[in-house]
Design a protein around this ligand. Sequence first.
Ligand SMILES: Cc1cc2nc3c(=O)[nH]c(=O)nc-3n(C[C@H](O)[C@H](O)[C@H](O)COP(=O)(O)O)c2cc1C
Length: 188
Amino acid sequence: MTDPFALAADWLPTPESGLTPTVTLSTVGLDGYPSARTVLLSRFDGERLHFHTDTRSRKAAELAADPRATVTVLQPEVARQLVVTGDVRRVTDEEARVAFAARTRYLQVLAWLNDHELAAEPTTRRRERWAAFVQERDDALEPPDTWVGYAITPVRMLFWQGDVDGPSNRLAYERTADGGWALEHWPG
Ligand SMILES: Cc1cc2nc3c(=O)[nH]c(=O)nc-3n(C[C@H](O)[C@H](O)[C@H](O)COP(=O)(O)O)c2cc1C
């Protein structure tokens, strides 16, 4: 296949499915070391991979300093791994709002409450604060000001496919200067 986006669309959930797989997001740490964590892949829009987070998070600071990242999507049940590296930009407030509305109530409350101040409290206090918020707010929640969405535009896409009857291999796509893709077959 010459178009990695078509292959990615085949491997990743469609936007309509509402499925948000857990992926590893790696950024460049402010100290130069890699910085990785799990996030939900909010959607693949056909060209970009979207994720959402808190503006006060480490990853937001790291992306402000260096807007490059890698997203690793692991699908062990089908022996697949997709590694996407690229340039990251904030999505529009409207896109972020739509993604927030699609989150579970639990994750919406989490986005409202989970800050450094609360994290430093003992478990009992954190639960009290949570219960109070849940009781106070039974209305539809808007995203807090700290909710932010990002989308990664790939420059490299590695499709790893396992094979129980033979060697695993990778399709390695690299963006070319003319906006096309170069494809190589890699082992491993
Ligand atoms: C299964 C799972 C899903 C997660 N999804 C998200 C997410 O979509 N967005 C997010 O900001 N953090 C998510 N987290 C929390 C992050 O892994 C991380 O702890 C948090 O975002 C702070 O990361 P940072 O300090 O590197 O910025 C998730 C954690 C797990 C275990």
